[in-house]
Design a protein around this ligand. Sequence first.
Ligand code: PLP
Length: 414
Amino acid sequence: MHSATLAINETLQIRRAAGEKVLHLGFGEAGLPVPAPVAAALSAAAGRNGYGAVVGSSEAREAAAGWFARRGVETRAEQVLFGPGSKALLFALLAALPGDVVLPCPAWVSYAAQAALAGKKTIGVPIPAQAGGVPDPALLEQALRDARAAGAHPGVLVLTVPDNPTGTIARDEHLREVCEIADRNGLAVVSDEIYAEVCHSGKAPSALGHLPERTIVTSGLSKSMALGGWRIGFARVPSGPWGDRLMQDLVGVASEVWSSLAAPMQAAATHILQDPPEVLAHVNAARRLHATVATAVHSAFTAAGAVCRRPEAGFYLYPDFEPVRPLLAARGIDTGAALAAALLEEHGVGVLAGEAFGDTADGLRARVATSLLYGDSETERWEALRSDDPLALPWIAASLDHLRTALGALTAQG
Ligand code: PLP
């Protein structure tokens, strides 16, 4: 089945091309332009047309090791594996690590689909009230017991810190507790940290702080640098015999599926991961823009009666319309899918129903991505990135008006 996020992107693009006015809140494309020095690093490497080492070039691996070290995680180049997007690396991990897959619920759409492709069961555990991306520690151990009793063999716990779909950052005490449970139960932890660079303020905690010997981190440049189409991802495996064996298994999958990350992309990654000043400034500006727009969209949803965790990182929100269920029920809306359909068909607003993220079908929840509001052209996106008051830019203001009008009409009395 086509991934729900990519499918809604294609549907909304077709509607827009047909002249329909739709607000695209359905897709986690970071929606920002490419800084000139980064584009130059890529074009300077266009002549690199040979196949390279499966793991990545030594320059790119050294650059990634330095990138981790500057973020407080000592790393050797040998612990790093590059791939065409972290999605491919996550699949390789789920294929290589033994056992069924434990996921926070809701969780990013592709984990469960990838686990199924790898022939594994998934065990969904609800997230705590404070923040998503991590199973509620109070529920995890019992969920593992229940899963085993039902014939599953939990082996891998996937965490998303910061999180998509909720746009929040798991609390460190929750990470500590779930890592202790993972340790007691012999689980490996896959920590998807692709949004770690775009915390709205401060720094996200990591499972590496609690279970370093069994935590694999995945990351990439799709979100922080908005380079999703360049497909640059990397993974850090633990040092020591367990990590070394896993690296060999991952290289086995990579060598049979993608051979290596495209060499020019490795050159671009090498440039970016050395943290040159223009890259750090770009990511800082992006962080500010994500925070400002996500916070404005959060206000629009809560003003319409939804409850929603405050955005803390990236460009997502996960509103819950439960408080206005009777109003929506009077309009025939009693599931997340009906909510998403009404928003799209009647109000021209594209969001993804919570069900796509493993949530229950009858929950009135949807994932809202705010990063495609920055502009349709490169010029608009640069302006949004550089603006001190992006909400006042005419195209962003108009989109927010569209959203407020749509939500007002959706939840109007009578
Ligand atoms: N993980 C999460 C939580 C994501 O939201 C995404 C992209 O939407 C990815 C991984 C995959 O990113 P990529 O394959 O572009 O590195």
